[in-house]
Design a binder for this molecule. Structure first.
Ligand SMILES: Cc1cc2nc3c(=O)[nH]c(=O)nc-3n(C[C@H](O)[C@H](O)[C@H](O)COP(=O)(O)OP(=O)(O)OC[C@H]3O[C@@H](n4cnc5c(N)ncnc54)[C@H](O)[C@@H]3O)c2cc1C
Length: 414
């Protein structure tokens, strides 16, 4: 009998890790993926749903169908992990024993952690597009919204895809102009950060774009309360932002079962993980991929994809008793939709912030600059996601390490 590999989570990371492991380790291992439901959502597509540019039936597929032959699938929630006995307890009372455990259970939204957010007004004038239900309800609300204060608010970091709320602002500007009501809408972006984004060069470029599109930027605003009926965001330091329609990105945490698994997680239920090898700090036979890890990389599908290569190599080395490969560099790569059929592209890692230039080399897609080509790249990504990324294939010419060539040190010209 080969080594037993149990993968918790059948989303982006769990699926691509399982398919890569199957290909690399063939029948030498038994692989079982566990997920609580059968709806694999292409989450970047949620951004487009409120604007009628995507529908749920186009972005949701069954989970098991994304797994290659020979990979087991259990559809049941994980209750807890017992690191000492190397067992995963499932909600149906059964347990799975493992030799290697892969944690790929992502991040969950915890809107109930913010006072008032899920109270009166939730899904009536306060929405999120971070869930399929929220994105659909917001689509209905935007259809009748023809003027007033539209506020987009990030409650606090970390969040999945930190550029998505900015993209929402840019698309809202485009959408409202298309409807001919933009001049009747005050559009505001509210963030806990001290700028539009975390890294200085990209932050300046994105703040410039917000300004160009007439979106007011409110920084260092930590919303402690949402007053739906009164239409107010209230920060911990007593400031207020008024809204008629609020689009909120709620607090995120790791999956709750992590908190029920002694020694596995931190206080937010994310899993302490070596940022270069992707091995969990708790045990040498536990590895982590994607949003579940507490590594200082973006919580993004692209990060999850790039991590896959190193993760699978390290599981192979671990099983063979060889030293691990410590080369994951935090590589992240995101298209930022800016409306009017254009997008920016950013590419960065733990050490290098997003810089202007080209990707993946001196010729290629423009970085930190709006272009139609980047917009086409963003649209094509969905096909790539289902057919290549989840299948665990490499992209020719693009490895997991961030390419240095093509990037310029000077700030982007406006
Ligand atoms: C609105 C939005 C836009 C985005 N846009 C982009 C983008 O443009 N580019 C980009 O790179 N990334 C984007 N992302 C982020 C990207 O989708 C995630 O980073 C990526 O899916 C992370 O993969 P993961 O495997 O870690 O988590 P997921 O894909 O979320 O998978 C986690 C899985 O674990 C399962 N699970 C959790 N708890 C349990 C349990 N107790 N028992 C069993 N199963 C459990 C869940 O059901 C889920 O299937 C976006 C995300 C959102 C929400």
């Amino acid at each position: 009998m080969g080594a037993r590999i149990v993968i918790l989570g059948g989303g982006t990371g769990g699926t691509l890790a399982a398919n890569r492991l199957r290909r690399v380790l063939h029948d030498d291992v038994q692989i079982v993926v566990v997920d609580q439901d059968d709806a694999h959502v292409y989450q970047p597509g949620l951004l487009f749903v409120p604007f009628g540019l995507a529908h749920l039936d186009e972005i949701v597929r069954p989970r098991q169908r994304q797994l290659h032959r020979g990979i087991g699938y259990r559809q049941v929630a994980v209750d807890r992990v017992d690191l000492d006995t190397e067992r995963v307890w499932l909600n149906d009372g059964t347990a799975l024993e493992y030799d290697v455990l892969v944690v790929a259970t992502g991040a969950v939204l915890v809107p109930e952690e913010t006072e008032g957010l899920t109270g009166p007004g939730w899904m009536e004038k306060v929405f999120t597009f971070y869930t399929p239900e929220g994105a659909t309800r917001l689509h209905d609300a935007l259809e009748w919204f023809d003027g007033g204060r539209l506020v987009v608010d990030v409650i606090d970091m970390p969040i999945k895809c930190p550029v998505a709320p900015l993209e929402f602002c840019f698309l809202a500007d485009w959408y409202l102009k298309e409807l001919g009501v933009r001049d009747r809408v005050e559009l505001t972006y509210v963030t806990p950060l001290d700028g539009a984004f975390t890294k200085p060069v990209a932050s300046a470029a994105l703040a410039g774009l917000l300004d160009e599109k007439g979106v007011e930027l409110v920084t260092e605003f930590n919303a402690g309360e949402v007053d739906g009926p009164g239409g107010r965001l209230i920060s911990y330091d007593g400031r207020e932002v008024a809204f008629d329609l609020a689009v909120v990105v709620p607090l995120h945490s790791g999956a709750p079962y992590v908190g029920r698994s002694p020694g596995l997680g931190d206080e937010l239920n994310f899993v302490p993980t070596d940022e270069h090898t992707l091995q969990a700090k708790a045990r040498s036979n536990v590895f982590v991929i994607g949003d579940a890890a507490n590594v200082p990389a973006s919580k993004a599908g692209s990060v999850t994809h790039f991590e896959g290569e190193v993760l699978v190599e390290n599981i192979r080395r671990f099983l063979a008793g060889r030293p691990l490969d410590a080369t994951y560099d935090g590589h992240a790569n995101c298209f930022i939709e800016t409306g009017f059929h254009k997008a920016l592209l950013i590419d960065f890692n733990y050490d290098t912030e997003p810089l202007p230039g080209h990707f993946p080399g001196t010729v290629g897609l423009p970085l930190l600059k709006e272009s139609h080509l980047n917009h086409l790249g963003k649209l094509m990504f969905q096909w790539f996601y289902w057919h290549s990324l989840l299948a665990g294939r490499d992209v020719p010419g693009i490895g997991s390490a961030m390419p240095e060539r093509g990037k310029h040190e000077e700030p982007a010209s406006s």
